[in-house]
Design a protein around this ligand. Structure first.
Ligand code: IVH
Length: 701
């Protein structure tokens, strides 16, 4: 307990006295009031058991604010008024953690936990039962806080484990994060603690209700709302999200008291005593692995009724000496394990099945279900993959079905409930012909390859596949015609301006200008993007052709081998399969594609409309042995103002350099743009890295 019973009695008496005051007369009283408000914040935010009504707290807060307005020289940084940072940061500097934060390995059942226990015994050479602490795995955003001489001096995100974003002004607004904490009582001078920023489920629901009324966009789920709140550039927005923070670990500590904390249970107790919100009520010291298994099972049941979102439990060897003996890998500690709960499930009704046609004619059935909230999102459509899936799951229209969504995974149909059928359900009839084609006169039968689960439309006459191919062609991964997304392609296709990919290079921009919702600017934007894509490397065009199973990597490999795209007319399956990454199936598809006259005509049309069909520098195999930066390694950091980061990296490669992603002793050159931060510092401290400005780099070309 942070406050003893007598402390609390005193503070309550003091509260009554302050409530009678209109003004604070001296600096001592001011400091007392700050301490008093800390006490009430602790009761409210940490213990969830306030003594004061909200209005009473607000009145005391106002008294403090008035005192600070009259005597700004009294203000101390731990004053509750300082939580709402006025310090608006436009971006977050990266800061290195005192101790790198690893990940947790996962377990899913009792067996996994028994294995974990065996492994611990083996690693620690302990024969008797191991003592574990089990606590919820909070599903929010990780925070890493540093206290120096009892003051909160820094708050950061986890980042990449070694370094995170400095979000101190935002962290300071979280009321359950103490601005001061008496680590010094325990002989600790500088401490790094870790925890989770998280929003209560009921507060989240209320917040969203209010947003609905005010017409604001609804938040997706408590976790994203919390992590978004941590990263906002405006700390007053963090305040609005009513974030709490559970602290679950001391990650690093300096000071003579360091050695006297012997285990995790004692750490949590210490953190509790000095005012942190810690998992006390919801955690357990388990004397053996069976107790761990039972406690995890208990929480699996309790999960829904708990005030916060949790996605599992964390099992930690309590004793620090045993933790040390168990050790860690470069990814995770060997002394801790996450026990993941089963994915979230819900039941709903299968109302309809619609069919989508892909770019190579694959027919995908998609279930339309009665919208249902599942793990933070509303689900109304779910892929049913293929006909076999529908049969295996015994799905009928009108069925009650169980669906599941684990973490960020896309929703999935687990099963149907045939026993709940009333007789009104109907069989799902998989189409025999193209489901999009509106004209029955030219129906083409769908085909299914022996080795494939999907039905495909072999010869598209309705344009559905051409449309999908065009959407893919302009996408970022393929020709990257930015400014011309899916909806524009759909619109132009509907207007019959686009029938195949070559039409993208034959658009009438004057006509586009006159379209409703377009105008001169957007027509110009599309034109620019289309023209830019004409000089793309060859591999992008190859990939953009949507040849079945022909991926981006294989496209790059093939582009490095040919001078002109039409060279491929002469390539055999054997010659293609000699190349790395090109198997016999893809090779056959490529040969077949290039044997079709209409495809050759398509390529000729593309060429005549100015699209590059020849190998470019970017397609040629990289040669690091020539060029002014031959054999050198390079890294770009900070904001580049004259060229984009990607472009800069490409130029560096053309000059013979190899791009690295981190500063290490293997790095030769660092190009430092505006506001270069920790990478620049590190490179400078190494002393072996040549540091160039953006201009100096450009001058190398
Ligand atoms: S202990 C070695 N305890 O889970 C890392 N982590 O990969 C020690 N988390 O995002 C972490 N609740 O923020 C620990 N009670 C708990 C936790 C917890 C949630 C999160 C943590 C991180 C992930 C660990």
């Amino acid at each position: 307990m942070k406050y003893s019973k007598t402390d609390q009695k005193d503070l309550i008496d003091q509260t009554r006295q302050f409530q009678k005051m209109d003004v604070i007369s001296d600096q001592m009283r001011y400091a007392d009031l700050v301490a008093l408000l800390h006490f009430h914040e602790w009761r409210y935010y940490v213990k969830d058991d306030p003594i004061l009504a909200d209005a009473e707290y607000d009145a005391l807060f106002k008294l403090l604010e008035n005192a600070e307005t009259s005597h700004p020289e009294w203000i101390i940084s731990s004053s509750p008024t300082q939580r709402v940072g006025s310090d608006l940061t436009s971006d977050f500097p990266t800061v290195t953690h005192m101790s790198p934060m690893l990940s947790l390995p996962n377990s899913y059942n009792a067996e996994d936990l028994l294995d974990f226990d065996k492994q611990i015994k083996k690693l620690t050479l302990e024969e008797g039962d191991i003592e574990y602490v089990v606590e919820p795995k909070f599903d929010g955003g990780t925070i890493v806080l540093i206290y120096e001489n009892d003051q909160l001096v820094r708050g950061a995100t986890r980042g990449n484990g070694a370094a995170g974003d400095d979000i101190t002004p935002n962290i300071k607004t979280i009321k359950s994060v103490p601005l001061t904490a008496k680590f010094s009582d325990h002989g600790l001078t500088k401490v790094e603690v870790r925890g989770e920023a998280i929003i209560r489920k009921d507060r989240f629901v209320k917040m969203n209700k209010a947003r609905e009324i005010s017409g604001d966009v609804l938040f997706a789920n408590p976790r994203n709302t919390a992590t978004g709140g941590l990263r906002t550039k405006d700390p007053t927005e963090t305040v609005k999200r009513q974030i709490d923070a559970f602290i679950y670990q001391i990650a690093a500590a300096d000071g003579p008291g360091k050695e006297s904390i012997k285990n995790h249970a004692a750490t949590i107790q210490l953190l509790d005593e000095i005012g942190f919100k810690v998992p006390v009520d919801e955690s357990k010291v388990c004397l053996n692995i069976q107790e761990v298994i039972d406690f995890c099972a208990h929480w699996q049941e309790k999960r829904e009724s708990y005030a916060y979102e949790i996605d599992g439990m964390v099992v930690k060897v309590s004793d620090f000496e045993l933790q040390r003996r168990a050790g860690e890998t470069s990814h995770h500690p060997r002394w801790a394990m996450a026990y993941k709960f089963k994915a979230k499930q819900a039941t709903t009704t299968l109302e309809d099945v619609v069919y989508q046609v892909g770019k190579i004619g694959t027919i995908t059935p998609v279930a339309k279900v009665d919208p249902v909230a599942l793990a933070g999102v509303t689900v109304s459509s779910i892929s049913l993959h293929n006909e076999d899936f529908i049969n295996q799951k015994d799905l009928y229209l009108g069925d009650t079905i169980l669906i599941e969504r684990a973490g960020d995974v896309i929703p999935y149909v687990v099963k149907s409930f045939p026993e709940l059928r009333t007789g009104n359900e109907t069989k799902i009839l998989f189409p025999k012909t193209c489901p999009i084609n509106p004209n029955p006169a030219d129906y083409v039968k769908l085909l299914r390859d022996e080795n494939e689960a999907a039905w495909r439309c072999p010869t598209c006459v309705c344009g559905a596949q051409d449309l999908q191919r065009m959407i893919f062609f302009v996408s970022k991964d393929a020709m990257n015609v930015d400014g011309m997304g899916k909806s524009i392609v759909e619109k132009f296709h509907e207007l019959h301006w686009l029938k195949d990919i070559s039409d993208i290079y034959n658009l009438d921009y004057d006509q586009i200008e006159t379209l409703e919702g377009f105008g001169e600017k957007s027509a110009e934007k599309i034109k620019r993007a289309v023209n830019k894509s004409k000089s793309n490397p060859l591999y992008r065009l190859l990939y953009g052709l949507s040849i079945h199973h022909f991926g981006k990597r294989a496209s790059k490999i093939l582009a490095a081998e040919i001078e002109h795209i039409l060279d491929l007319r002469d390539w055999s399956v054997e010659k293609l399969t000699e190349l790395k990454d090109i198997g016999p199936v893809v090779a056959e598809n490529i040969v077949e594609w290039f044997s079709m006259e209409k495809n050759i005509e398509l390529l000729e049309r593309l060429e005549s409309r100015g699209v590059n069909v020849r190998q470019t520098d970017a397609d040629r195999p990289k040669d690091f042995s020539s060029g002014p930066l031959a054999g050198k390694t390079i890294l770009f950091t900070g904001k580049l103002t004259k060229i984009g980061r990607k472009e800069a990296q490409q130029i560096a490669e053309q000059l013979g350099a190899k791009n690295l992603s981190a500063v290490s002793k293997n790095l030769d050159i660092l190009v430092a743009g505006e506001k270069a931060g920790s990478k620049l510092k590190k490179a400078q401290s190494l002393g072996t890295v040549q540091i160039l400005s953006e201009d100096e780099f450009i001058a190398l070309q």
